[in-house]
Design a binder for this molecule. Structure first.
Ligand code: GRF
Length: 252
């Protein structure tokens, strides 16, 4: 486990301090790290916590110079004590936005309360379809193919204590082809995920996300804070972030 003093020492990050929770490969973590490195997000990843010591995401974090901590569930007697330690680590690292990126755990209400409105998740389907308990990884794409739907996609949403619940921020659709397999569909959805997650984080960093009830509005930074959408939150397949009106505000 990384020493918590090292976590506190990461002061080189300007702007939004992002903590990413992972359990697996970490391709979404990579997309976030890359977007921060390019300057697309006004902030940086200050901590990565993995629920598995085997997660390749840890290697990606280390390569990017980001402190890592492994918290395996078996070290803890219950979910509450696991999440209490998680909260402590994220607080110590002064994390302002928690990004779930393939983190295979359901959050306790205590955790959600600590970071209310500051937890995002990405899901590899168009929620609220194909979400909820048991809907993770290949299971999602299997269910999509079995259902016969013609369109799938991905969703970035604010997270709460319900699996895949919480207000939807951005979605991007992906065509389901007749000859798709779980692997081919997952690969196509993955391309969209890696665009969409950094885009949502960028909007958060720019304070352009306004939540009213279950609806999240993308607002003009210079405009009124009332529901005055200044960008399309549904991206079209293949279109770019700029054409959706979601371009970053002028950097100063
Ligand atoms: C992604 O498909 C994401 O939508 C889901 O878990 C997967 C994580 O993949 N929540 P990776 O670890 O980011 O490659």
């Amino acid at each position: 486990m990384t020493d918590t003093h090292a976590l506190m020492a990461r002061r080189d990050v300007m702007g939004l301090r992002i903590g990413v929770l992972v359990s697996g490969n970490g391709t979404n973590l990579q997309a976030i790290l890359d977007a921060c490195a390019r300057g697309d997000i006004a902030g940086g990843v200050v901590l990565v916590v993995s629920s598995s010591a085997k997660a390749f995401a840890l290697e990606r974090a280390r390569r990017a110079g980001v402190p890592t901590v492994v918290l395996t569930p078996k070290e803890f007697s219950d979910r509450a004590s696991y999440d209490a330690r998680l909260i402590e680590l994220l607080r110590t690292a002064q994390v302002e936005l928690v990004c779930l990126a393939g983190f295979l755990r359901i959050l306790t209400p205590q955790f959600v309360e600590q970071f209310a409105g500051r937890i995002m998740n990405i899901h590899p389907a168009l929620l609220p379809a194909f979400g909820g308990p048991g809907m993770y990884g290949a299971h999602v794409h299997e269910a999509v193919l079995a259902s016969g739907v013609k369109v799938s996609g991905c969703t970035v949403h604010f997270a709460d204590e319900t699996p895949d619940g919480g207000p939807i921020i951005l979605q991007s659709p992906v065509r389901v082809e007749d000859d798709d397999t779980v692997e081919s569909l997952a690969a196509r959805v993955g391309v969209e995920e890696h665009r969409l997650y950094p885009a949502a984080i960028r909007l958060f960093a720019e304070e352009r996300l306004q939540v009213i009830g279950r609806r999240v509005y993308v607002v003009d930074p210079a405009g009124p804070r009332a529901p005055a959408p200044a960008g399309r939150a549904l991206l079209r397949e293949g279109d770019n972030f700029e054409s959706a009106g979601l371009t970053q505000a002028k950097k100063v």
